[in-house]
Design a protein around this ligand. Structure first.
Ligand code: AMP
Length: 451
């Protein structure tokens, strides 16, 4: 599909698209439209800026008939208040010629006012998970008629510790609904959520162009284990001239913290979503100014960061989802200069590395492990644990395949329930209380222009 005409939109949506000045659909919009309309569960991998909001809104609005019913039929969950406002704005623009009631709800403002706002009923609710839960359990916004659930920026949501809130919300939603999820990166947590709550979702992902990769020199080292990777990293980083501005990517916050402590080098920064907003801003500033030469970062947090390009990206581990590798190495390559990327992988990570190579249609050249770097057979807890779980799973599979895996996902499940994030958001809300209350006037009821 190349043109909006191919979508066969109703004239009300078509007019809105014309008003918005969109000439043709973006790739994610082309991919998402038929899949979302098919009614099956959908997982979309797409970054902000690709037109993903319109990608899920268009097919939903196309099929949302006029109704006077009180309870909403579409629920869109987003991680922050800012996104609530942004998405409500997008719905309002697309629904300019439709008779549609859309409401945006987020925490930190008086819930009483919100309850009054929705007395007349709503069609589409855009909300942060905590506040919609409160509005639902107090029957202000019943969720029993939700037919379509969208979870936007789910990677950010889970990284910020919203997992429990999401699970609680799912309990209030009818089983017979379509789940649509958008995430910029895939993570273990996102995958687990999909496994638990989605029914054989269709995955749509925008193929990442191979072009930018031409500007990046890629190489890899096969390394025995985590602790040997630490030794190798220290050695590599000892060349301060060559490795002038480096981001070291690692997949979890826990391992990021540990690596930060183990590395023991000067000019080292650490950034992930458990760090306060102020700390993150300071870290980026110090890194950009060159006071930190090396920055350890997790995938999800690094995606939204605005720092100048770096001389080297070091992949301390192999991302399970190949797209994440492309996001990671794209942070390298300054101005006219070529970027550089190193990948450290263990034998166990070979398969994940091969998937990346398949996606890129490029085999990452291998550098022999340097003879001067100390190796060790010692495994860290997580490495021993993953072996134990695999063995246990194999043992159990002849009797009852499910248990061992459950065990593992329990262990992998997040312990962080977002305390620091809530404090961060809470303080933001406090500041904006008055303005936020005014901004709550997002309810929209138009005369029946459309039908
Ligand atoms: P998003 O990825 O949803 O954050 O959207 C990024 C920006 O792209 C928003 O400002 C949209 O208004 C804009 N946009 C969405 N779809 C299109 C399109 N088909 N043509 C031009 N701009 C678009």
């Amino acid at each position: 599909m190349k043109s909006f005409d191919d979508f066969k939109l109703n004239k009300f949506l078509n007019n809105a698209i014309v008003d918005l000045g969109y000439e043709k659909p973006t790739p994610i919009q082309c991919e998402a439209f038929p899949v979302v309309r098919s009614g099956s569960d959908v997982v979309g991998i797409s970054q902000t800026g690709t037109g993903k909001t319109v990608a899920y809104l268009l097919p939903i609005l196309q099929d949302l008939n006029y109704s006077k019913q009180h309870s909403p039929r579409v629920l869109i969950l987003v991680p922050t208040r800012e996104l609530v406002i942004q998405v409500v704005d997008a719905v309002n623009k697309l629904a300019e010629y439709l008779s549609l009631r859309v409401y945006g709800a987020y925490g930190g403002v008086n819930i009483k006012g919100q309850k009054e706002d929705v007395i007349g009923g709503t069609d589409v609710v855009v909300a942060t998970p905590g506040r919609i839960f409160d509005l639902a359990v107090s029957f202000a916004i019943p969720l029993k008629d939700i037919k379509k659930l969208v979870i936007d920026e789910v990677d950010v949501m889970l990284d910020l510790g919203f997992r429990t809130q999401l699970k609680n919300l799912f309990d209030l939603l009818p089983d017979n609904r379509q789940n649509i999820m958008f995430s910029a990166t895939m993570t273990k947590d996102v995958d687990e959520l999909i496994d638990t709550f989605f029914r054989t979702p269709k995955k749509i992902a925008i193929a990442i162009s191979g072009e930018p990769l031409k500007n990046i020199n890629q190489a890899s080292y096969q390394v025995k284990n985590y602790l040997t990777k630490v030794n190798l990293l220290r050695e590599v980083l000892s060349d301060k001239e060559e490795f002038a501005k480096v981001v070291v990517f690692i997949s979890s916050k826990k391992l990021a913290n540990r690596l930060y402590e183990q590395l023991e080098i000067n000019g080292l920064g650490l950034i992930h979503s458990d760090k306060s907003q102020n700390s993150r801003i300071d870290t980026i500033e110090l890194f950009d100014k060159g006071e930190y030469r090396v920055l350890i970062a997790t995938d999800v947090i690094a995606r939204g960061l605005d720092f100048d390009k770096v001389s080297h990206v070091i992949n301390f581990d192999v991302p399970t989802y190949p797209e994440n590798y492309i996001h990671r190495i794209g942070r390298s390559g300054r101005a006219e200069e070529k970027g550089n990327s190193l990948l450290f992988y263990t034998e166990k990570e070979t398969e994940a590395k091969e998937q990346i190579e398949e996606l890129m249609k490029y085999e990452i050249p291998e550098i022999p492990f340097p003879g001067n770097v100390a190796t060790t057979d010692q495994l860290i807890f997580e490495e021993r644990e993953s072996t134990r779980v695999v063995q246990s799973r194999n043992r159990e599979s002849s009797k009852d395949g499910g248990d061992a895996f459950q065990d593992k996902s329990e262990k992998n499940s997040k312990t962080n329930q977002g305390g620091s994030y809530h404090r961060e958001i809470a303080s933001k809300y406090k500041k904006n209380r008055t303005r936020g209350d005014k901004g709550q006037n997002l309810n929209k009821k138009k005369k029946n222009k459309s039908r």
